[in-house]
Design a protein around this ligand. Structure first.
Ligand code: BES
Ligand code: ZN
Length: 872
């Protein structure tokens, strides 16, 4: 909590390490209060004569020896950030031996070695390993690892570390030890151990290359049944990476551990993934459909890192998206291949537009490869992850699946066992395909979302139709050069048939065009009537498309288009236009807002009546653009007006379609009873989307029915949410019954807390303040903090932006108190203020006043950096 003024780290300053570590032997004497770590490092000097500097934080140095000789005090220097060993001067190689003491139980940052319940665990990415022992803590230092864990057998019966287990021994005094070996060159951020009383589910399989592999999923305690679904997901991920990417697993065991206390979602440590329990534990009594889907996707993501991140790792943290963006792309494809491609795309674009676009337009905007940072933990953002994945998706579109796969094979082959850069990635794709795609690198260098203005014209005398596409730089980066933009588009004639491809001045891609210049013109000739254009099908590029369209045209896209994403997108645009017009924003091409609302309503009515439409697709269409999407679409956001417009429109639509909503809700009851197959999940998603609207107009009757009838956690949560959010009769009783039933189940408790914290009303803040003062509050558990404070700050605009500024003050105060416990969690809460520059003057003034006390406080580097980027 010291350094608020540390200078930034710059990409341009990158230098290879002077000293590298080739082999590591670690011996841990594990105990909760105080653990001892003995490290033997084989070091090689690549810059003769340079000093040996090791990172180390909050370590008590007990012993130090160089090449077997204990060092005298004047032969090294030790400060709060590390150790410099003077005695190595001139040596080309040496062996350093250190013994340090660390304090796991006092470690509330959950970085380094820490405790969660009765377990001892580690979290090292990005720079946590230096809190375990002295090391050259940077990803371009890759070593082979031997890890010996020693502990009391009764307290720590299971001892896991990365790699394969090579030995276990009883030590005779009630203690035992296990030795693990990871032969693959691995940076220290991928180191892990887990020790304690754990149970597992397990499956032995044979990899596509014939390797025998044991898959284990572990959890604290003696009941591992809730890990069963995650175990299945591990196997599906492994098989999918074999078949889609030709990537095999490379150790004899793949261990996954679920932890109740974990700052992030999950971590891809080599051979020993450690997960937030919410992405592992699930059964139908305690987990919702969304939980199951989340588990499969996060398990896939961390598994896929074994190649994209671990076998090929990062040269430096500026390249973070090289592993995260690529791995998100891979996990998105995994879900798309296993479930519905259209629905997955809709979900991903919804997130990208609502949150990443806002991030990219807000005070915390940064390029996918930033030029500098102070605290790398602040850069695990939607931009690095989701925009990074979109750039890889654009590459995939441009090359097509077969060439992309050849490029990936080349990337893995050329960089295996090494640390790579984004340049290496695009060089491999270019070399393997003969297509120079290094121009994609420009997407990584600038912040902001490009705009594509579309001008259409039809000459009815000649039958010529023209689209002029003009790329404009992002509003916040006005000088940016045009970026390569893949475009998929279709034109439909009056009968709803797609027209052939146009003549154009762009470059061809497998099923579209690559726009490289600021302006492109596409022409169709000989048309008998003006066609209906659909641009950016499948959301091929992460851009803002500006093509004013009257409501009838948007509604017609829903009818004629075959791309599910484009149909959903047309409806979202229509709803967005109506919502903005209702909030007194100017909207091009909309015309009369009542007529537009009628067109939207008619389209929704048609979808509700269409029993052949995919129910999950209809559910996606019922979900109106959320607050973040609305705020992102306007120049100056009046939070109250946007919340009110959205509330008003859903009430109006619910009123008009009440009968249809009720009919679908009732009719889907039987199908919704099924298990976790896609059809049953789809039935539930439509049923519950219908319920959310219905409960606004039926006094909660349908929700009470579902509450009494609920057959799974998905149904119980849908009913509870509907009851609490409209404060229907019976809501308080349902809340108490639910809380009591699951008081001992932290993950389920988090769910009802989040429901309470997201009630769309200013008064939800009062409920949240009561929760923070009550017995559920646990500031050392990141899930609990997110469920209560994070839900309010990020998912409850009515309360966060409430007119008296109390929402801002509450969140700012939480940032300050959390910062002393877990700076990463605190910094993420502060992110709720990123949109501040574009809020109306009163909202901005209230938020700045709320943040003022933080500015004079002693802050972590994490919070200090973000605060410094928010306007003061
Ligand atoms: N490598 C990250 C975990 C991580 C994030 C470690 C930040 C240290 C700091 C992991 O692969 C990851 O990306 N996890 C995501 C979930 C994923 C499915 C997007 C997470 O934890 O949110
Ligand atoms: Zn990741």
């Amino acid at each position: 909590m010291t350094d608020q003024v540390s200078p930034p780290i710059r990409l341009l300053d990158y230098r290879p390490p002077a000293w590298t570590i080739t082999d590591v032997a670690l011996v841990f004497e594990l105990e909760r209060e105080s653990s001892v770590v003995e490290a033997t490092l084989a070091l090689r000097c690549d810059e003769p004569g340079s000093a040996l500097r090791l990172d180390g934080e909050e370590l008590e140095l007990l012993a130090i020896a160089l090449d077997g000789r204990p060092l005298a005090a004047e032969e090294f220097a030790h400060d709060a950030t590390g150790l410099v060993v003077h005695a190595t001067r001139g040596a080309a190689a040496c062996t350093l031996h250190t013994v340090v003491r660390v304090k796991p139980a006092a470690n509330t940052r959950l970085e380094g070695l820490y405790t969660s319940g009765s377990l001892l665990l580690t979290q090292c990415e990005a720079e946590g390993f230096r809190r375990i022992t002295f090391f050259v803590d940077r990803p371009d230092v890759q070593a082979r690892w031997r890890t010996t864990l020693r502990a009391e057998r009764a307290r720590y019966p299971v001892l896991l570390a990365g790699g394969d287990r090579v030995a276990e021994r009883d030590l005779g005094d009630g203690r035992h030890e296990a030795e693990w070996h990871n032969p693959h060159p691995t940076p220290c951020y991928l180191f892990a151990l887990a020790a304690g009383p754990m149970a597992r589910v397990s499956k032995a399989i044979t990899g596509a290359d014939g390797r025998a592999i044991e898959l284990n999923v572990w959890v604290e305690g003696d009941d591992a049944e809730p890990c069963r679904y995650a175990l299945g997901a591990v196997e599906r991920a492994l098989r999918w990476d074999e078949s889609r990417f030709g990537r095999c697993y490379d150790l004899g065991v793949f261990n996954v551990v679920a932890a109740q206390d974990f700052t992030m979602g999950a971590m891809e440590n080599k051979g020993l993934n450690i997960f937030n329990a919410r992405y592992i534990l699930a059964d139908e009594r305690t987990a919702t459909d969304a939980d199951f889907m989340g588990i499969e996707s996060v398990v896939g993501h961390e598994y896929f890192h074994n190649w994209s991140g671990n076998r090929v790792t990062l040269r430096d943290w500026f390249q973070l998206s090289l592993k995260e963006g690529l791995t998100v792309f891979r996990d998105q494809e995994f879900t798309a291949d296993l479930h519905s491609r259209d629905l997955k795309r809709i979900d991903d674009v919804r997130l990208l537009r609502a949150r990443q676009f806002a991030e990219d337009a807000g005070a915390l905007a940064h390029p996918v490869r930033p030029a500098e940072y102070r605290e790398i933990n602040n850069f695990y953002t939607l931009t690095i992850y989701e925009k990074g994945a979109e750039i890889v998706r654009m590459l995939h579109s441009r090359l097509g699946e077969a060439a992309f796969r050849a490029g990936m094979d080349r990337y893995f082959a050329d960089n295996d066992g090494r640390s790579a850069t984004l340049e290496d990635f695009y060089a491999a794709h270019s070399a393997a395909t003969g297509i120079d795609c290094t121009d994609m690198l420009a997407w990584y260098a600038q912040a902001g979302t490009p705009v594509l203005d579309v001008e259409r014209s039809f000459d009815s005398s000649t039958g010529e139709y023209t689209l002029v596409l003009r790329q404009r730089p992002p509003a916040n980066v006005p000088a940016a050069a045009p970026l390569p933009v893949p475009m998929r588009l279709a034109l439909y004639d009056a009968a709803g048939h797609a027209l052939p491809a146009p003549s154009h001045d762009a470059e061809a891609m497998p099923d579209g065009l690559l726009l490289r210049h600021a302006t492109h013109t596409l022409r169709w000739r000989g048309l008998s009537s003006e066609p209906l254009p659909v641009l950016n099908r499948g959301f091929a590029a992460p851009i803002r498309l500006r093509m004013p369209m009257p409501p009838e045209e948007r509604a017609r896209i829903v009818q004629v288009e075959s791309d599910g994403f484009a149909r959903w997108d047309a409806l979202q645009h229509l709803a967005l236009d109506v919502l903005l017009a209702r909030a007194d924003e100017p909207v091009d091409g909309l015309g009369d807002v009542d007529a537009a609302e009628n067109a939207l309503s008619a389209a929704i009515g048609a979808l509700l009546a269409d029993t052949h439409a995919h129910p999950a697709f209809v559910a996606e269409c019922l979900a109106l653009p959320d607050f973040d999407t609305l705020a992102d679409a306007v120049a100056v956001a009046d939070p109250g007006a946007l919340v009110a417009a959205r509330e008003r429109l859903s009430l109006a639509l619910a009123t008009v379609h009440r009968a249809a909503l009720q009919a679908r809700f009732d009719a889907l009851r039987v199908e919704a009873a099924g298990g976790l197959d896609d059809a049953a999940m789809a039935a539930r998603s439509l049923r519950h989307a219908a319920l959310a609207w219905l409960s606004k107009v039926d006094g909660g009757a349908a929700a009470r029915g579902l509450w009494d009838d609920a057959r799974s956690m998905t149904e119980r949560m849908a009913a509870l949410r509907a009851l609490l959010h409209v404060q229907a009769a019976g809501a308080a009783a349902a809340r108490e019954a639910f809380a009591a039933e699951f008081a001992d189940h932290a993950l389920v408790t988090d769910k009802w807390l989040a429901v309470v914290a997201t009630r769309p009303a200013a008064e939800a803040l009062d409920d949240v303040e009561a929760l923070v003062a009550g017995p559920c509050w646990n500031p050392t558990n990141p899930n609990r903090v997110r469920a209560i404070v994070g839900s309010l700050a990020r998912l409850n605009p009515a309360a966060f932006h409430r007119g008296d500024g109390a929402g801002y003050r509450f969140v700012a105060a939480q940032v300050q108190s959390m910062d002393a416990i877990n700076p990463q969690v605190a910094a993420r809460l502060l992110g709720a203020f990123e949109g501040l520059p574009r809020w109306t003057a009163p909202a901005r003034a209230a938020a700045l006043a709320a943040l003022a006390p933080l500015r004079s406080a002693t802050l972590s580097r994490d919070v200090a950096e973000l605060l410094g980027r928010l306007p003061g």
